[in-house]
Design a protein around this ligand. Sequence first.
Ligand code: SAJ
Length: 401
Amino acid sequence: MKACFIGLGYIGLPTAIIAADNGMDVTGVDINPEVVNSVNSGKIHFSEPGLEEICKRVVSGGTLKAFTEPRTSDVYVIVVPTPFKGNHEPDISFVESAVSTILPYLKEGDLCIIESTCPVGTTEKMAGVIFSERPELKGKIYLSYCPERVLPGNTVYELIHNDRVIGGIDEMASERAVDFYSRFVKGSLYKTNARTAEMCKLTENASRDVQIAFANELSIICEKAHINVWELIELANKHPRVNILQPGSGVGGHCIAVDPYFITSDFPIESQLIGKAREINNYKAFWCSEKILLTMKDFSLREGREPVVALMGLAFKPNIEDLRESPAKYIVAKVMQGQNNADFLIVEPNIETHKVFKLTDYREAYEKADIVAFLVAHDQFKRLEYRDDKMILDFCGIFKR
Ligand code: SAJ
């Protein structure tokens, strides 16, 4: 079976690699020639444990080849980004242009899959585009929506073992997509229609966002009520039917901080809770920055000098190097704005350098700082000893005090 993956990013490239490793003849397509060259030399352009090894194997074995244009295949998988515009409206232009690049290659019997996170109705809309340009293919090709669910950092395992939801525009399209994924997925494959599969992806991430918002709201209440939120959540979770997530400095990344807007933008009146959760999680980052600024002001008034402030973490979540939509990065930028006299030590142990911030070793920053704000719960930070002589703002539960 020949498969052509359009988009060689965080999801498209790993999926193409795993498909190629399971006997498929795979073409990877990306508009960026640097990505194409790096894949053809067996390298991946982001960090993902265990992936490069498999990439080298499939490239040297000839089952994965990358190009800037598609090649004729039996299956086309669209895995391109769907960001949002300034007003939080989804931008599906990359999906639209991916569909137009494969249009000339489509032939009777082909399967076309959209994996990109999309607003409800996108697959039907793309079917409309395909059949208006190529009416002779109506009823002769198969179109499905099959979202991914992998957690960055654990992609190789989860791509193979996670269950998947598969939504065809008709029963036959679902069947064909199940056949395709069953060649490399060991998890269960659940069939549904395209609209439900699109909504399922958005629901999963919106559900996590709402649950994190609950924890973040609790943390703000507890601060005012002089209650340790970490102890509170641990105790509440002893109830057999309660499972509260952990508060942090906000919600980031390219999925959970983005996908709920695909619901709120299409259903603004109906999605009250989902919209509020987004607001709470965004507000949490602002609240953390205000706490740091207030603590700095108190310090200067008391000590008669500007404090040394360690800002611990820039990544969007623990133990990764990914800074996309990171609340920690937002907090650092916000706190440093206009504070020209303060001495800031910025820490991110998972990256070597940053184009804007000068980075300091986490132990050195902790040692030198008067105020320490923990923004991301990296494992390295958890190895530090609690120090009474510092003002510690523990937004992500490093010491849970
Ligand atoms: N976070 C908290 N408290 C928690 C858990 C997470 O504040 O208790 C924060 C993290 O620090 C981070 C954000 O939430 O800023 C998102 O992190 P995450 O680990 O919850 O999720 P992602 O964005 O890495 O991956 C999510 C996953 N979706 C769900 O868990 C429902 C993943 O399975 C999806 O494949 C991925 O989105 C995606 O691509 O959509």
